[in-house]
Design a protein around this ligand. Structure first.
Ligand SMILES: [Zn+2]
Length: 164
């Protein structure tokens, strides 16, 4: 049985396909793949409209908590996935291929959200005013190289320290 990443990425605990795990077996996947194929390309969520020049400062600021909440949620999911990978084994990359794929996919989405924050930061910054964002999760402002075992282990360790 092969596993497939669910379209909800495990962010929906009530998901009927994966039940919140983020993975579904292919028997389920075959059917949903066709339905979600079209959506997939347009799926990347964008909070910002094409042009934000016409918006007021307040309107632009209002996007920030939504974007950061989404970043935090995706970060939380990433940490859950990381905790479910037995890094002390020698075959975890192979055994948990789907988990690493999902980690990478979420990381891509987080990067595009960070890009949106950059756009906002640039729009709001002036010579006397710079913008600092407050994140709710340890991983939200971390750019993660999911191919680096060492980096992932370091992040897990730092996170555990933080939680103590
Ligand atoms: Zn799902």
């Amino acid at each position: 049985m092969t596993v497939q990443i669910c379209s909800c990425e495990g962010l929906d605990p009530k998901c009927k396909k994966c039940f919140g795990s983020g993975y579904m077996n292919t028997q389920f996947a075959e059917k949903t793949i066709k339905a979600s194929a079209k959506k997939e390309s347009a799926k990347q969520e964008s909070f910002l409209p094409d042009t934000i020049e016409s918006l007021s400062r307040k309107e632009i600021e209002n996007f920030v908590p939504k974007i950061i909440d989404t970043l935090d949620l995706k970060s939380k999911k990433q940490m859950q996935i990381l905790h479910a990978i037995p890094f002390n084994t020698t075959t975890f990359r192979r055994d948990f291929k789907a988990k690493f794929e999902l980690l990478g996919k979420i990381e891509e989405e987080k990067q595009s959200l960070r890009n949106e924050l950059d756009v906002i930061s640039n729009a709001l910054s002036s010579s006397k005013y710079s913008v600092a964002f407050k994140y709710g999760h340890f991983l939200s402002d971390k750019v993660i190289d999911v191919t680096s075992n060492r980096e992932l282990k370091t992040l897990i360790r730092a996170y555990k320290k933080l939680k103590k």
